[in-house]
Design a protein around this ligand. Sequence first.
Ligand SMILES: Nc1nc2c(ncn2[C@@H]2O[C@H](COP(=O)(O)OP(=O)(O)O)[C@@H](O)[C@H]2O)c(=O)[nH]1
Ligand SMILES: [Mg+2]
Ligand SMILES: [Zn+2]
Length: 279
Amino acid sequence: MTGLVIKKNADLFTIESGDKIFELKPKGTLKKNGIFVGDKVEFSNTIDKLLERKNILIRPPLANLDKIFIVLSPLPKPDFLLVDKMILCCFVKGIEPVLVINKTDLIDEEFVKNVQKTYKKVLKIIKTSAHKNDVEALTKQIKGICAFAGQSAVGKSSLINALFGDKKEIVGDLSKKIERGKQTTRLVSLYKFGKGYIADTAGFSSLELGMLVDLTPQEVGRYYPDFLPYLAECKYRSCLHKLKVDCAIIDHVEKGDIAKMRYENYLKIIDSLENFKKR
Ligand SMILES: Nc1nc2c(ncn2[C@@H]2O[C@H](COP(=O)(O)OP(=O)(O)O)[C@@H](O)[C@H]2O)c(=O)[nH]1
Ligand SMILES: [Mg+2]
Ligand SMILES: [Zn+2]
């Protein structure tokens, strides 16, 4: 039989298969540390085989992520460099990023417009208010294995609470874990929601560049959907888009086709990637 790992507790794994749940240990030759929540496995009375995975994150430990909701809000003030790093990480790993503008009850139109202008060519953008229980757009987006990311206090836990609504026993467990997760646990579970699953990714608010260590600075621009239409215009194929001469990206930033902030954050990301590799 095959199933999905939805929870891991020491060497005991919770596997969902159809509408049944199994609690199993891996057979002797399989290393428990090699099996992640989100993995598909073959099993009998033990977990026998790990099936192919499409991606993996180490922190939080999750396999086969389909979508990450990157949440931001007017308060706390957004850290757009972090947002851009998360978007890059998603594209590198083959995860669909969705930008969630939360706290629309507090937001002025100007804030929303600016975010939309900067990111409309980059990823899907939806608006929510956890306070007003306005999570319809978010509900529609939940397919496959999904996780929430974003700086602390943007409303990730509140959104998850709003989604689960009256299923209080799950929510209690989930939000407790998320709070606890800040200091201690690295445990992750998947909770079924509609057509997909939601991961309670405690502490998914920062991102180490180590995750992108296999990426060369020259490759970074290729993961920028807003750069993509112009890359062929750069004179040199390995253009880092740092020098004005013969660089189409800088040209299109000046023309306003590419958001200046996206470009400036791009420069910061490739610089820190270069420094990281030198260490
Ligand atoms: N006004 C408003 N406040 C919100 C909204 N969502 C969350 N908050 C508040 O923002 C604070 C942080 O929320 P929380 O869910 O803990 O954020 P997390 O750190 O991202 O999980 C709490 O005081 C929430 O009540 C919202 O849609 N509107
Ligand atoms: Mg939280
Ligand atoms: Zn260039």
